[in-house]
Design a protein around this ligand. Structure first.
Ligand code: PLP
Length: 362
């Protein structure tokens, strides 16, 4: 049986080498005669996986000693609440850059805890692009500035991070985490659900800067929802999602073996470039709603001349082993998600299919 060309937006394709390793180790892992999911999270074998996962993330991003890497549950959606629960109190203001469905949800949670200033309201541009620096209405002395680096549904992405004048950035990187290297120093918190770019669903990576951790509330926050609880116990306060973390480790290992973030970035640029070039070369048939400077390299969104053609594109693609082409139910159209683990061959296949479909139906 052949592997499908998988363009699902999340959970998404994983590297074959990472899956095969899990398959090989499922009945007897590290000579224990058990799988990782049947083994104590206090064992030395699990500890090695846990710490390797954290160490690779630190190494890839050059995080050094200033940042803690936490492995939590509850998805990125829990972080929408945990961030303000830990950092924002009544009478304090946090700035939120609203660029899509996810930022809207983050804003709703923050309002439960303090004052939200919407520093850019993406609805004014129909969420079709991210803001320019000069469009941001930032609050001097804000607690933090929250942003979503990649908007999974509308297919927009920040290609440079905003200058917040020293106010720590809190960033939801769920759909473009570890797609390339970047300078972590302006960030107070980075969070990402694993299931888009680095593994299966069930684990959320949270990176928190030490000075921000020290500013977190010590009272009125339930134990499990305090960042400090997890930082103190190296994310082993309670049972972690050990199998999911093991899978993330396997994925990160394949990324390191492939040459690390520089190579991953080059591949991602090449893959997205191939799809956008195909769209732009056929302007009578394909239409990308996002202007070039805001286009996402992870989620490539476009329309065909009519909705019935879009439905046929998705259905015929599926027959041809090309999965997950349907745009988000809230926006329609086509979406091709080409995350880190999406192989070049899959992108070559979708580009061939796009060209043939346009020729047959144009
Ligand atoms: C998918 C996604 C989420 C939601 O993640 P869950 O793990 O389902 O909570 C949040 N933010 C972004 C940018 C996403 O792509």
């Amino acid at each position: 049986m052949a592997r499908a060309h998988n363009f699902y937006p999340g959970p998404a394709v994983l590297p074959v080498a990472a899956l095969e390793r899990a398959q090989r180790e499922l009945l007897d892992w590290e000579g224990t005669g058990t799988s990782v999911m049947e083994t104590s999270h206090r064992s030395k074998e699990y500890d090695a996986v846990h710490n390797e996962t954290i160490a690779i993330i630190k190494e890839m991003l050059g995080l050094g000693e200033r940042f803690h890497v936490l492995l939590l549950q509850g998805g990125a959606s829990l972080q929408f609440a945990m961030v303000p629960m830990n950092l924002l109190s009544a009478g304090q203001t946090a700035d939120y850059i609203h660029t899509g469905t996810w930022s809207k949800k983050a804003i709703a949670e923050a309002k439960l805890f303090g004052t939200v200033n919407v520093a850019f309201d993406g609805e004014t541009v129909e969420l079709k692009r991210v803001p320019r620096q000069d469009e941001l209405k930032l609050t001097p002395g804000a607690r933090y500035v929250h942003m979503t680096s990649n908007n999974t549904i509308k297919g927009t992405q920040f290609h440079a991070f905003p200058d917040t004048g020293g106010v720590p950035i809190v960033c939801d990187m769920s759909s473009d985490f570890l797609w390339r290297a970047f300078d972590p120093s302006p960030f107070g918190i980075i969070y990402a659900g694993a299931q888009k770019n680095i593994g299966p669903a069930g684990v959320t990576v949270v990176i928190i800067r030490d000075d921000i951790l020290k500013q977190c509330k010590t009272e009125g926050v339930p134990t499990l929802l305090k960042y400090q609880t997890h930082a103190d116990k190296n994310s082993l306060f309670n049972t972690p999602p050990s199998f999911n973390i093991y899978m993330v480790r396997n994925v990160l290992r394949t990324m390191m073996d492939a040459g690390g973030l520089a190579e991953i970035e080059a591949r991602n640029r090449k893959k997205a470039g191939m799809v956008y070039d195909t769209i732009d070369a056929n302007p009578d048939f394909f239409r990308a709603p996002v202007p070039k400077e805001s286009r996402s390299l992870m989620n490539i969104v476009f329309r065909l001349p009519a909705e019935d053609l879009e439905a046929r594109f998705v259905a015929e693609g599926k027959l041809g082993n090309l999965l997950g082409l349907k745009g988000h139910r809230s926006v329609g159209g086509i979406r091709i998600s080409a995350y880190n683990s999406c192989p070049l061959e899959s992108v070559e296949a979708i580009v061939e299919f796009m060209k043939a479909f346009a020729k047959a139906n144009g």
